[in-house]
Design a binder for this molecule. Structure first.
Ligand SMILES: [Fe+2]
Ligand SMILES: [Fe+2]
Length: 270
């Protein structure tokens, strides 16, 4: 068991860390330096890299737009404080990718990459989770709010951040890091990844506490993890059409499964 799992940082501690380390500025990264690397890629490699970046960009915009519901529904004051840093960071992540498209890839219709395998989980269903939190909050029912928050956290922090994004970072590592190319993109990813580590730690800690207090909620969480796990093969396939970087499907799918399993352990449902 990792140290993080045995002694999770409190929301206040995560907030303090965010203040000290989450203040990087996407505009300070000389992104345009990556352009010669982009020009040297084959058309198939360009398409594969664009796909991963477009999905990240769309995902970051979507989580930025949805997080306000989670802050509104959060009953714990310290957690609300932490979530304000998360909101700021998600906006910056979207900004990093926006600048990257502007300075390196050029004009790209990123929404065109939102195929059904990703559109639901990143946009439509996430939005619905947020709206469900809003409705539960207005209903005044503590039970409904707990349910909507736990499902929302499982979707946002468990699946989107804790399954898709953490697997996505490895795509950058396999495509670019292993070849020593695109240093500025990798620099941004490394900074985003550090921020996301806090979002994930907080999210799993929240779920673990909630489920420990109300074990009835575990079944809902387990079901959502299970239904999203079934979608891993189809989601992986999207990123392998084309596969001009020559990535290993088995390796990437195994990684995706292991992340979801790890999240279930962290929130106490496996
Ligand atoms: Fe993010
Ligand atoms: Fe995040």
């Amino acid at each position: 068991m990792s140290a993080a799992a045995t002694s999770p940082k409190s929301p206040r501690q995560l907030y303090q860390i965010a203040k000290r380390h989450g203040m990087w500025d996407p505009e300070q990264i000389p992104i345009a330096e990556d352009r010669p690397h982009w020009e040297r890629l084959t058309p198939g490699q360009k398409e594969q890299l664009l796909k991963v970046c477009a999905l990240f960009y769309e995902g970051e915009v979507s989580v930025s737009d949805t997080l306000a519901w989670f802050i509104a529904g959060m009953q714990d004051a310290d957690r609300r404080v932490f979530l304000t840093t998360q909101m700021f960071e998600e906006v910056k992540h979207a900004e990093f990718f926006h600048l990257y498209f502007r300075d390196v890839f050029g004009e790209v219709n990123t929404a065109a990459y939102l195929v059904p395998e990703y559109r639901g989980v990143l946009l439509d269903e996430l939005k619905a989770r947020g709206e469900a939190i809003g409705r539960a909050l207005l209903s005044g029912s503590e039970e409904e709010l707990d349910k909507a928050m736990v499902i929302g956290f499982t979707h946002y922090m468990g699946i989107v951040e804790g399954g898709l994004a953490v697997t996505g970072y490895q795509y950058f590592e396999e495509m670019l890091g292993s070849r020593g190319i695109f240093p500025r993109l990798l620099q941004g990813i490394q900074l985003i990844r550090a921020d996301e580590g806090r979002h994930l730690a907080h999210g799993m800690d929240y779920l673990r506490q909630k489920i420990a207090r109300k074990p009835d909620l575990a079944a809902l969480v387990r079901h959502l993890f299970w239904s999203e796990t079934l979608k891993i093969p189809a989601r992986t396939e999207v990123v392998f059409r084309p596969n001009d970087f020559g990535l290993s499907r088995i390796k990437m799918m195994t990684l995706a499964y292991s992340h979801i399993k790890q999240r279930q352990h962290e929130c106490g449902v496996a």
